[in-house]
Design a protein around this ligand. Sequence first.
Ligand code: AHR
Length: 503
Amino acid sequence: MRATATAHKDFTIAKIDDRVYGAFLEHLGRAIYEGIYEPGHPTADENGMRGDVAKLVKDANVPVVRYPGGNFVSAYNWEDGIGPREQRPVRLDLAWHTSESNAVGVHEFADWCATVGTEMMLAVNLGSRGVDEARNFLEYVNHPGGSYWSDLRIKNGRMEPWNVKMWCLGNEMDGPWQVGHKDADEYGKLAANTARAMRMFDKSLELIVCGSSHSDMATFPDWERIVLEHTYEQVDYISLHMYFRNPEKHTGNFLGLSEKLDTYIDTVASTIKQVKAKKKSKKDIYISFDEWNVWYHSNKKDREILNGDSGWPHAPGLLEDIYNFEDVLMVGLILNTFIRRSDVVKIACIAQLVNVIAPIMTEKGGPAWAQTIYYPYYFASVYGRGTALNLLVDSPTYECAHSAKTAYVDVSGVHNEEEGMLTFFLVNRHSSESIDIDISLQGFAGGTIVDHQVMTHSNLEAVNTAANQTEVAPRKGSGASVGNGQLSAKLPPYSYQMIRVKV
Ligand code: AHR
């Protein structure tokens, strides 16, 4: 089989916002406790933060981390996580039926972000709380000093404000599972009032209002329209979430889910335009896709923990999906979609970062390792920075549950002009056929392949474990070539690859 593509230097989509490679950490399961924080671990620093985990996060050059939830934030009191540790209260977390020690709060999280070189994106609680909590939290985090909350921060050991720019106005407020769930009008009004108050403190904040929890919600896409009608002039982004599942073990349909993702983005982009037109506004709103990942492997175990009689455990092993090779392909496809929709998707967060549906796994007192999906995330984040190219792709197709014509070859292209680098991320969705692809490079001079990474495996269900951490890992590719202004490569069946060309 053959496929072709054309990459022209001037035929671009948008400058990719680096924050599209962000991640998410929630007080859930072992994400924080035994994830990033484990005092006494052989690699822990003086703050009890695991060095092995921090290294994997740093290596992936994660630009932003959303915190502290998730469903957790909708009944969270941020004040519980400040001040001397021994005085912090243990609370019941209603979202995940667990106990929260509050040993980690905003100070510890901020210090960890500084260690791993990432920016904070904070969420305020618009479930059980509202405007007052949001304005106080903002003052605590961002005001230099001389007021009640900022002076309390200083007393608690942090002199400088953190100047957090990105603030989420609650989480998944369309979901009946959310503490303090609201209908679109109710939430839209609360979000608008909260945003107004936050902007009275600082006009330059970047505020993110909740869109739908997923595109199968009965309220989608009216939720987006109504919420934006209330908040359009007050916010900058609308948040979308989507998790990808394959319980039926139908790889063709599973890998076709990125078509559904694309339609979801497209629909919300249209809704944004509709409300913009209705409001006669000059302002643009963008999408913050701040929760996405494969999530289904752990469902059975989670039901046992959550429905069983386990009481209110602290940091149980919830949502610990063990990712396989098939998920590598799916994550590659999701990231390709975000690159191609970089005109509207400006922030995105893989959910989550450590242990909980995460690319990084840990064992208590033991190692931290990269799950299979770490690699496509790593490659996109480290090498996918620049301008997204509008590739003209011609690939054989197949029919799946989400689209009549799903291309076997899915490809995104990124041009980094400063580095003189062209990077292609390619997925072959075909189960048995290799596909030869020729990419015509137009408007680029020269062309030398400087890196070629391939991920394939004979078993779609192969996983990495503590004992075998590299069962699924990239290897150096061979056989790709550039000549006469054309990049040619062979894409093995069910494969992911990255090719970098110096131009
Ligand atoms: O990431 C896990 C959960 O998924 C989050 O808490 C929630 O926002 C979503 O439903």
